[in-house]
Design a protein around this ligand. Structure first.
Ligand code: UFG
Length: 328
């Protein structure tokens, strides 16, 4: 049985789908604070909070767990700037509680959700895993601190772990069963598409004076189904006892500016999407683009979605689906 914390969240639910497809048995642990019951794909579910050790104990006692994929965390950069305590408590203390439960129950395999936010403003692009890490916001610091703790737990307690550093997760399940759903939404692609749907008056472009070709921030958008596949590959590698790096970048290795995203969204939707320049958002690096070669080499991971248009098509389909309409 694989324990997936945060399995009712965006990347978590897509990974649960992939695990089930590959024949794994899965139990989800989620407090449903950001996750959604509608995105739960398994009946094996423990509703609980990582800050409540008794809830964790229920999960570990109730199921015979052999590995953990740990998504459950707060993930908003601007929120982490405004409320750092909440981020350190949930992302660091919560993960320590999970590690305690794993040690008590002798579970030694962990896949940890990390982030490109550990790098901060890059010195070079694309970013390899050994690039200096100077996170620009508390969210990124919670992920970096945890990566370092995991290394110590590996040395001290024999924990076998791998951190996956996601760049910008985007898109939705190509089969339309589940998809991106945050409330409130603060991610670029769904926001642009909400403007296209008339649910918001205009897109605010946060920062038009960055040192980038068009002045707007550049990100590496990677499809959530490709991220899900990377987790299964990492799990298989850990289970086989293969030697892995401590962390892998997951991105497509190509950046798109906010303006380019906006243009692609206009093309995909066939609609004019109003936009306005707005001040930079606190904690935002100018450019984040992955060098994903190590994940390709060690895990055999090759993203299927290699251009933004194809990613946006899946996001747009999900946002227009009666299924998502019913959920909201
Ligand atoms: N942006 C806008 N207008 C909006 C929303 C976003 O201009 O209304 C801009 C942001 O300022 C940023 C870019 O679009 O430059 C992407 O923003 P997102 O909020 O979609 O994503 P982030 O890059 O801020 O963060 C995401 C994840 C983080 C992760 C980070 C790593 O949400 O968890 O990617 O790349 F750390």
């Amino acid at each position: 049985m694989i324990l997936v914390t945060g399995g009712a969240g965006y990347i978590g639910s897509h990974t649960v789908k992939e695990l089930l497809k590959q024949g794994y048995e899965v139990v989800v642990f989620d407090n449903l604070s950001r996750g959604r019951r509608e995105l739960l794909l398994t009946e094996q579910f423990v509703e609980g909070d990582l800050l409540d050790p008794r809830a964790l104990e229920t999960a570990f006692q109730g199921y015979s767990i052999r590995a953990v994929i740990h998504f459950a965390a707060l993930t908003s950069v601007p929120e982490s700037v405004a409320e750092p305590e909440k981020y350190y408590r949930n992302n660091v203390v919560g993960t320590l509680n999970l590690l305690d439960a794993m040690r008590r129950h002798e579970v030694a395999l962990l896949i940890f959700s990390s982030s490109a936010a550990v790098y901060g403003d890059p010195e070079r692009i694309p970013i390899p895993e050994d690039h200096p890490k100077r996170p620009k916001n508390p969210y990124g610091r919670t992920k970096l601190v945890m990566e370092e703790i995991l290394a110590d737990y590996g040395r001290g307690y024999g924990l076998r772990h791998v951190s996956l550093r996601y760049f910008n997760a985007a898109g939705s399940d190509p089969e339309g069963e589940i998809g991106e759903w945050h409330e409130p939404e603060n991610h670029l692609i769904p926001i642009v598409l909400e403007v296209a749907l008339g649910q918001r008056p205009y897109l605010e472009i946060y920062g038009t004076d960055y040192e980038t070709p068009d002045g707007t921030a550049v990100r590496d958008y990677v499809h959530v189904a490709d991220l899900a596949r990377a987790h299964v590959l990492a799990l298989q590698a850990l289970e086989k006892g293969r030697k892995l790096a401590p962390a892998y970048n997951l991105g497509i290795g190509r950046g798109y500016s906010v303006r380019e995203v906006w243009e692609v969204c206009q093309r995909v939707t066939g609609r004019t999407i109003p936009s306005r320049a707005a001040p930079r958002r606190a904690g935002d690096p100018a450019v984040l683009v992955a060098d994903p070669r190590l994940a390709q080499q060690d895990l055999g991971w090759k993203p299927e979605f290699t251009n933004l248009e194809a990613i946006v098509v899946t996001a747009w389909r999900w946002m227009n689906s009666p299924r998502f309409g019913k959920f909201r």
